[in-house]
Structure formats: C-alpha cells, structure tokens
Design a protein around this ligand. Sequence first.
Ligand SMILES: CC(C)(COP(=O)(O)OP(=O)(O)OC[C@H]1O[C@@H](n2cnc3c(N)ncnc32)[C@H](O)[C@@H]1OP(=O)(O)O)[C@@H](O)C(=O)NCCC(=O)NCCS
Length: 159
Amino acid sequence: MKRDAALVGRAPSPAPDPLVRRPLIRRGEPPDLPEIAAIQAASPEASSWPPADYLQYDLRVAVVEDRVAAFLAARAAAGDEFEILNLAVAPEFRRLGVGRALLESFLAGLRGAVFLEVRRSNSTAREFYKSLGFKELTLREDYYSLPPEAAIVMKFHSC
Ligand SMILES: CC(C)(COP(=O)(O)OP(=O)(O)OC[C@H]1O[C@@H](n2cnc3c(N)ncnc32)[C@H](O)[C@@H]1OP(=O)(O)O)[C@@H](O)C(=O)NCCC(=O)NCCS
C-alpha cells in the first residue's frame, strides 16, 4: 500500500550535532579575518565593517570543527555600559544555537547594561535578542544607509 506523505507527516529534522550546540568560543585573531569577512558578506542584515577593525574591540568567534561559524564584536562604552557592534552567524550554521552560545559567552559575568542597534526589518535578529533577554527601547529614524532604514535600540541589563 502506498503511504500518503501528508498523512505520515514529515520526518523529524535531525538533532543538531552536539559540536554545533556547544561550539568552542574563543577570542578572534588575525587569521580568523578571512572567515569573518565571508560571514559578513553572507549577512547583509548585519553591519559591515572592514574586518581588521574588529581586532581593536572584544572580538569573539564560535568555532565548529575548525571552522569559524560566527563572530561577535563588542566594546566597553562609558562606565558599566557595553555595546554590541556586530554579530553574525554563517548561514549554514543558523538556528542551531551558535548565536545564542556566542552571545551568552559575552553576557556571562558581565555587570551592567548592553546596548545594540538592529535594523527595524531584521525581525530574525530582534526575535533572537529578545529570546536572550534584550528589550526594545526606542527607535532611531534614518539610522542606517544602504538601504536607509530606522534602527531599533535594544538593551540588556545584568546585575
Ligand atoms: C540573528 C542571528 C545572529 C541568530 O543566530 P542563530 O545562531 O541562528 O540563533 P540561535 O540558533 O542561537 O537562536 C536562538 C533563538 O533566537 C531566536 N531565533 C533565531 N533565529 C530565529 C528566526 N529565524 N526566527 C525566529 N526566531 C529566531 C529563537 O528564539 C532561537 O531559539 P530556538 O531556536 O530555541 O527557537 C543570525 O540569524 C544571523 O547571523 N543573522 C544575520 C546577521 C544579523 O542579522 N545580525 C544581527 C545584527 S544586529
């Protein structure tokens, strides 16, 4: 008898590889810059910086099986305030917990407020940050160019 796919349902998606769920998080170094540049080029929703500029900030990478799967750049601002400058996960590693692991490593042990801006249309990133405890604070009109768009300012507070 023929099985009806609609009745049987789709096979469950395979569980993410444990290496992906728990990537190695380490400081980003000059040899990582080509992979960071490739992730940035594949992530038009994120900001785009000359990759070498990230080295002057707190640059972290998530490594899965010797590949840089994601990067995060952040800086200390005034007092106990911090700013996330950019965060992007390579498309093939998205929705596997890599971004969460990287951001949690940054937030762990941090005391104070963390701010970031995200494009209003970037609902994926807005949901991602909200899932990690960030709140949407305010909107900045005409914040971005290429293409022009408003920014949503988000804040995380750790005490
Ligand atoms: C936003 C981004 C960093 C998320 O990274 P990720 O590794 O895919 O996210 P995770 O797998 O760790 O997801 C953690 C949670 O975020 C939320 N989330 C992530 N992707 C989502 C999506 N496409 N839709 C809705 N919620 C999403 C979910 O709550 C998710 O938890 P769950 O999978 O248990 O439901 C990634 O999509 C990305 O690199 N986007 C392009 C660059 C970018 O927009 N950067 C932000 C610049 S401010």
